[in-house]
Design a protein around this ligand. Structure first.
Ligand SMILES: O=C(O)CCC(=O)C(=O)O
Ligand SMILES: [Fe+2]
Length: 222
């Protein structure tokens, strides 16, 4: 009996989960369209961003933060920027998410019917630096555990990512080299936590390693 119950529940939760992922994916792509319009690159390159994500392999994470007896001594999640493209976050009503703005940490007040949207490092690069990823952290408290559910929009690992040419021409400078999400993800996993410096360090590393590879292919670094 118990097994049947779990089986049915699992089926239902699978369906709910799939619906959640489809809905978040649609919302994320709609947001990309709006960002494209805001950058003024919706002319020749109409749907440029959406097309980069037509085979997206996104991530969903459920965060559970237990109560903590010494909340002043730790964080639920330390300060970081999401390396992903866009983050869509739902938090329960406990609170704890904070963003760094105007040199201060500010609480993001939870609302039952609101989602929090963050720009991630990948979109910083795709917007040629126009949109900045946002430094954030999560504090814990001694009264109540907290839950959050997060959808991270990510492209397929081998998809080449670059800011639209129209934007680069308008800005007169290409701020970031082309890269794949696979390369960037590997960089953030192998190195320290993703923070405000990560995209810059990754760019430097990429330029150096691609330079080295080109030299190796040409027969050495002499
Ligand atoms: O739990 C939260 O509110 C934020 C979690 C977060 O920043 C993350 O999972 O990257
Ligand atoms: Fe985050």
């Amino acid at each position: 009996m118990r097994f049947v119950y779990i089986f049915k529940f699992t089926n239902l939760s699978n369906l709910i989960f799939q619906k959640f992922c489809r809905t978040m994916n649609k919302l994320a792509l709609d947001l990309l369209d709006l960002l494209e319009i805001s950058l003024g690159v919706d002319g020749h390159n109409h749907n440029y961003y959406r097309k980069l994500y037509d085979d997206a392999v996104s991530i969903v994470r459920c965060n559970h933060y237990p109560q903590c007896n010494k909340p002043d001594l730790t964080f639920g999640v330390g300060p970081h920027c999401d390396p992903t493209t866009l983050t869509i976050l739902y938090q329960d009503l406990v609170g704890g998410l904070e963003v760094f703005m105007d040199n201060k940490w500010k609480s993001v007040q939870p609302y039952r019917e609101a989602l929090v949207i963050n720009i991630g490092d990948t979109f910083t690069a795709l917007s040629n630096g126009k949109y900045k990823s946002c430094l954030h952290r999560v504090s814990v408290n001694s009264l109540s555990p907290r839950l959050s559910l997060v959808f991270f929009l990510c492209p397929k690992g081998d998809r080449e990512l670059k800011a639209p040419q129209e934007l680069v021409e308008k800005d007169g400078k290409k701020e970031y080299p082309d890269f794949t999400w696979g390369e960037f993800l590997q960089f953030t996993q192998k190195n320290h936590r993703a923070d405000e410096n990560t995209l810059h360090l990754f760019t430097k590393w990429l330029l150096t390693s691609k330079n080295c590879n080109a030299k190796t292919a040409r027969g050495g670094n002499k």
